[in-house]
Design a protein around this ligand. Structure first.
Ligand code: E9O
Length: 595
């Protein structure tokens, strides 16, 4: 799905701000439409925001069920033959949207956009009501998966297999935009290098358009090439490459009859070859973090203030990349990464998939939970396939995205898991033949148990030697880590290895002469130990520690106010490791710069 971009044929209006909000007292609103005459007892809720931490009401904070949002909007006065589209950046986890009481769209999947053409339901210049029901429930067929239990008081409790808190609400901007009756609905740009030149292949979908043409504008807005037709290949002479640390963006300005759509892109190549990860033909070493969209009060909402500040902190550290763990991030974040030259591993919301398990006692590191149902099944896989396709459709033109991660830490040592993932790897490759595809491997599936990795291009590993195992014993931890990396090298020669998680929980301000776990000293030591081992193996081409910042979790006996594995606190204050790792990363960056 195309991002919303302004142009001479497209106007954009924001519906962000305060909406009316109310919890569904009956859970039946989508059937009996009790909201049709307005929400009877509304309170104010900002959009975008997670609703959980805004009020001081447990009913809102701990809701398992439906919440309703409503506001008035106004159709543009001069619409003429143009279409009016209502677009949501994301609603977590599923939404049903009504315009003046008429359902216009529903969408499952809390981290991807959706839209509806509402032209025929509005009158130019006149107000109309937008109502959204937001369902935060997770089941075996949602991503991420989860299940619901009822406690002794009859209250529903959501259980899930990931540790980050199940924030919900309208998390990204709500926009109204106009476009001509015949318009661009999809653009795909892929690029290649030919000596100093860039080759730009494009494909435009604009149903019913009689004339399609494109111009390529450089970053200064100067046209450097053009072509006609809905597909083609254009040569950009002496191309500015999009490079890590130096993002250079061109714009493919598409003209389809009356419609103009500006599609930013970068000229660069990505390739996995001989255990290296190549960007523009040169070996790239990933330095950075797994992250979360997580902030005090606003929860998982996108906001530009936190985004720009987080990027400043990452640049200060010398990071060049991050993984969008464990779900697709706001489009604004990807646009900004494109501009800033950050390299992204783009992940689906498939976290906590216990493919081969049917019932059992399950610990998500926080809680022990018993369940008896079959967990993930064929329907889950169909949902998963759709998520992969929607993610790639949304993000395929971002030069910052260099790899698709189709799952985080699934069970991957059974034949069932292999059968589950084989078709999904194909779905990703069919949707995008130009980028590597992989998934992130959990510590429970070392090389001798692993059944899925040969389906993928890059070995991504989350490892916690020194924390969940060998706690407090970094000598053993180092030996075990070294042995395991050697095992991967031997089992999968030629596949690059990126560490996508490692690091201990660390309580900011806890200092300890004996460098014991939870102290800032221990975090410095443990990260240092991992880095020492990484440096011994050429096949290790990246280090993304866990996590950029502390983040909120579900309640549990090993979480004190959330997951504390951050390099920064949740408020973005640096822990001691932030300075120590900065030295290493800045030194690496200087070395690369002098090459
Ligand atoms: C996923 C991430 O979202 N990986 C977890 C992170 C954590 O801090 C979580 O925040 O807990 C680590 C999974 C570790 C599994 C270790 C199993 C060890 C068994 C021997």
């Amino acid at each position: 799905m195309l991002s919303v971009r302004q142009s001479c044929s497209r106007d954009v209006y924001s519906l962000d701000g305060l909406w009316d909000f109310q919890i569904d007292p009956t859970d039946l609103g989508n059937t009996d439409r009790w909201f049709a005459t307005g929400l009877p007892a509304p309170r104010s809720m900002p959009v975008p925001a997670s609703y959980n931490d805004i009020t001081v009401d447990n009913a809102v904070h701990d809701l398992v069920g439906l919440a309703w949002y409503q506001r008035e909007a106004r159709a543009p006065r001069r619409l003429g033959s143009y279409r009016l589209i209502l677009r949501f950046g994301s609603v977590t986890h599923s939404a049903v949207v009504y315009v003046d009481g008429i359902e216009v769209v529903r969408h499952d999947g809390g981290y991807l956009p959706f839209e509806a053409d509402i032209t025929d339901l509005v009158t130019p210049g006149q107000p109309f009501t937008v109502t959204v029901s937001v369902d935060n429930r997770l089941s075996w067929q949602t991503l991420p998966p989860g299940f619901i239990q009822t406690d002794v008081s009859g209250r529903q409790v959501q259980r899930y297999f990931h540790d980050f808190y199940n924030y919900a609400g309208i998390h990204r901007s709500v926009l109204l935009y106009t476009r001509p009756p015949v318009s661009v609905v999809d653009v795909t740009v892929t690029t290649d290098l030919a000596g100093e030149d860039g080759l730009v292949r494009y494909r435009v979908e604009a149903p019913g358009a009689e004339q399609v043409s494109v111009r390529i504008l450089d970053q200064a807005g100067v046209a450097v090439a053009e072509a006609t037709g809905s597909t083609g290949e254009v040569r950009v002479r002496q191309a500015h490459r999009w490079q890590p640390g130096r993002g250079y963006l061109y714009t493919l300005e598409v003209q389809a009859d009356e419609d103009t759509y500006p599609q930013p892109f970068g000229i660069r190549t990505v390739e996995v070859k001989d255990s290296q990860f190549l960007i523009n033909g040169e070996p790239f070493y990933f330095r950075g973090y797994g992250r979360h969209e997580d902030n005090p009060i606003r929860g998982k909402a996108h906001d530009d203030v936190s985004m720009v500040h987080d990027f400043e902190l990452m640049k200060w550290q010398g990071a060049n990349s991050f993984r969008t763990s464990h779900y697709p991030y706001a489009e604004e974040v990807l646009d900004y990464a494109d501009r800033e030259g950050f390299v992204l591993i783009d992940e689906t919301a498939a976290v906590g998939l216990n493919v081969g398990l049917t019932g059992g006692l399950f610990g998500n590191q926080d809680q022990l939970v018993t369940f008896s149902e079959q967990t993930v099944n064929d329907r889950t896989r169909d949902v998963h396939a759709r998520h992969i396709q929607e993610l790639i459709a949304r993000d395929k033109n971002h030069p910052s995205v260099v790899m698709w991660s189709i799952a985080n830490e699934p069970e991957s040592s059974s034949e069932e898991s292999r059968a589950y993932f084989e078709p999904l790897a194909q779905v990703a490759r069919a949707a995008d033949p130009t980028r590597p595809v992989s998934y992130v491997n959990v510590m429970l599936s070392p090389p001798h148990l692993e059944k899925c990795m040969d389906l993928f291009d890059v070995i991504m590993l989350n490892r916690y030697y020194g924390w969940y195992v060998d706690t407090g014993n970094l000598a053993d931890a180092e030996a075990h880590l070294r042995t395991e990396v050697a095992g991967w090298v031997q089992a999968f020669p030629g596949k690059p290895i990126v560490f996508t998680e490692y690091g201990p929980d660390t309580l900011s301000g806890l200092r300890d002469l004996f460098h014991r776990p939870w102290s800032e000293e221990y975090q410095v030591d443990m990260l240092d130990m991992f880095h020492r081992v990484f440096d011994e193996f050429d096949q290790v081409v990246g280090e993304q520690m866990w996590n950029f910042a502390d983040f909120q979790t579900a309640p549990g006996i090993i979480r004190v106010g959330g997951n504390k594995k951050g390099m920064f606190t949740r408020e973005r204050e640096p822990k001691a490791a932030a300075y120590a790792v900065r030295q290493r990363w800045q030194a690496q960056a200087r070395k690369e710069g002098s090459r």
